[in-house]
Design a protein around this ligand. Structure first.
Ligand code: CTP
Length: 434
C-alpha cells in the first residue's frame, strides 16, 4: 500500500485545497493530511487564520478523499510523522518547491502545480471587514505597528497625524503610510482605530477626542497621571461602545499567560516575593520612566494582587525627570520590589519566588519568549517558551480583532481596575520627593 502525506492550514476551504487533496490521493492508496494546529500557526506568526482547527479538519474530512487526519503541532514534526506513519511520498503545492527537499532522504518528495487564481489569503481579504488604523505620533518611530498590523487579517496602518510637520513628513517617508494629515479631525474621521503614540501629557486629550468621535483606541500606557481622568476615559469608551486598549503587549503573549497560570493557579505554591527590574534599552527615546513602570506594575498586580498593605517609594530625580525609582510593596504574605532605571541602568529581570518553586525571566522579560521554573530539590530548570518575531504588537491587534468579532469592548488582557491602580501608583511615585 502506498501511503501519502500532505500538510496545510486549509483555511476557508477552497477549490485549490480540494484539487491538491484529490491529486495527492490519486498518487497513492492511503492519504494522511496534517492540518496545522492553532498554536503552531500563532507561533510562526500566521495570525490571519479565520477558521477554527475543528472547522478546518471538518472541511478536509468532508472531501471524502482523506483516510486519516492529524494535527501539525510543532516545527520539525514532519520528519517524525513520515517515520511514524511509514510514508512513501510527501505531496505539497509548488509554492513550496525546494523548501522540503531535505525530506527526500525519508520519502519521495512530490511538488504539484498549485491551482491558479485562488488562495486563503485572497479569500480573507475579499470576505472580511477591514480596519484602517491611524497613528497620532510625536516621534518618527511607529513602535513597529505598521509592520505588525499587516500580519493580522484586515488590519493596516493607513493614516498618520502629528502636530509637528517635520515629524509627520519624516514618519511618512520612513513608513510609507498612505495618508498623512495635518488636520487631526480629518485623520480621526478616516480611521477605524487610532493608536495614540505620544508624550504622556498629551495622551488624555487625544484619547478623549478619538473616543468622542466613536473610534477605537490603542494607547501607550499610562494614559494619564490622574486616575479620575482614566476613569472618565473608560466610561466614555463604554458610552460610545468602542474599545479602549492599553498598549501592554505581554498580556497577549502566550508565554506570559503560562506564567500567570502557574502563579495564579498555585502551581509554585504561595507567592513570597515578586522582584522585577527594568531600564530603558533605547537611548533615543524621551523620558520613558512611566511607560516602563506601567510594564512592571501590571504583572505585579496580576500576580500579587491589589491589596498591598503598604507602599514605599525611593525616587532619584534630576529636576522633574525621575532617573531611578525603587518601589516596595508589602503584602500580607509577601513582598514586591520593583526597580525602574531611566538614566540609571539596572539589569532587566523578573523573579517570582513561591513556596514550591521560583520563576525567572531574564533580559527583556516584558517581551520574553521564555521563562524558567526552578523547583526545590531539582537540579535542572524546566523551560517554558514560545516563538514569535517582532515586538508582539501583532498579538495585541489579534486580541483586538477577536474583540471586534465578538462585539466585546472590555479587554481581558489588562482589566480596568488594573489600569486604574497603575495610574494611582504612578501618580504617587510622581509626587514623591527625592
Ligand atoms: N494549494 C493549491 N492551490 C491553491 C492554494 C493552495 O494547490 N490555489 C495547496 C498548497 O500548495 C498546499 C495546500 O493547498 O499544498 C494547503 O495550502 P494552504 O497554505 O492551507 O492554502 P493557501 O490558500 O495557500 O493559504 P494562504 O493564502 O494562507 O497561504
Amino acid at each position: 500500500m502506498k501511503k501519502i502525506i500532505t500538510y496545510g492550514t486549509f483555511d476557508l476551504f477552497h477549490k485549490g485545497h480540494y484539487n491538491i487533496l484529490k491529486r495527492a490521493k490519486e498518487y497513492g492508496d492511503y492519504l494522511i493530511v496534517g492540518v496545522t494546529g492553532e498554536n503552531y500557526d500563532i507561533g510562526r506568526g500566521k495570525l490571519s487564520v479565520h477558521d477554527t482547527l475543528a472547522t478546518r479538519i471538518e472541511n478536509v474530512k468532508n472531501t471524502g478523499l482523506v483516510d486519516e487526519i492529524i494535527v501539525e503541532e510543532y516545527l520539525g514534526q514532519k520528519i517524525g510523522d513520515i517515520i511514524k506513519y511509514d510514508i512513501d511520498a510527501f505531496v505539497i503545492g509548488d509554492d513550496w518547491v525546494g523548501k522540503f527537499d531535505h525530506l527526500s532522504r525519508y520519502c519521495n518528495m512530490v511538488y504539484l502545480e498549485r491551482t491558479k487564481g485562488i488562495s486563503s489569503t485572497q479569500l480573507r481579504e475579499e470576505t472580511f471587514e477591514n480596519y484602517d488604523i491611524g497613528i497620532i505620533t510625536d516621534e518618527i518611530d511607529d513602535n513597529e505597528l505598521v509592520k505588525e498590523a499587516k500580519l493580522v487579517n484586515g488590519f493596516q496602518v493607513k493614516n498618520v497625524f502629528s502636530d509637528d510637520k517635520k515629524i509627520l513628513d519624516a514618519f511618512q517617508e520612513r513608513y510609507n503610510v498612505e495618508n498623512e494629515f495635518e488636520n487631526l479631525n480629518e485623520m480621526i474621521e478616516q480611521s477605524d482605530i487610532v493608536y495614540i503614540h505620544c508624550a504622556i501629557e498629551k495622551r488624555f486629550n487625544y484619547i478623549r477626542k478619538v473616543l468622542n468621535a466613536g473610534k477605537h483606541v490603542i494607547y501607550d500606557s499610562p494614559a494619564t497621571f490622574k486616575s479620575n481622568e482614566l476613569e472618565e476615559l473608560i466610561n466614555l469608551a463604554k458610552e460610545k461602545n468602542v474599545i479602549l486598549m492599553e498598549n501592554i503587549k505581554m498580556v497577549h503573549i502566550y508565554v506570559f499567560n503560562q506564567l500567570l497560570w502557574m502563579t495564579q493557579g498555585g502551581l509554585i505554591g504561595d507567592i513570597l516575593s515578586f522582584n522585577c527590574s527594568i531600564s530603558k534599552d533605547d537611548e533615543n527615546r524621551s523620558n520613558l520612566f512611566y511607560d516602563l513602570s506601567a510594564l512592571t506594575l501590571l504583572p505585579m498586580l496580576k500576580i500579587m494582587g491589589q491589596d498591598y498593605e503598604n507602599a514605599d517609594f525611593k525616587v532619584t530625580k534630576e529636576g522633574d525627570e525621575i532617573e531611578f525609582a525603587s518601589m516596595n510593596f508589602v503584602y500580607p504574605n509577601g513582598r514586591a520590589v520593583i526597580n525602574v532605571g531611566n538614566v540609571v541602568r539596572v539589569d532587566n529581570q523578573l523573579e517570582i519566588i513561591g513556596t514550591k518553586g521560583t520563576i525567572r525571566m531574564r533580559g527583556n522579560w516584558w517581551r520574553s519568549k521564555n521563562f524558567s521554573l526552578h523547583k526545590p530539590g531539582e537540579v535542572d530548570a524546566e523551560l517554558y517558551n514560545t516563538n514569535f518575531e517582532g515586538n508582539g504588537f501583532k498579538y495585541l491587534i489579534k486580541a483586538m480583532s477577536t474583540m471586534l468579532k465578538n462585539n466585546r469592548i472590555e479587554s481581558m488582557g489588562v482589566f480596568e481596575d488594573e489600569s486604574i491602580k497603575i495610574v494611582e501608583i504612578l501618580e504617587k511615585v510622581k509626587n514623591t520627593q527625592n
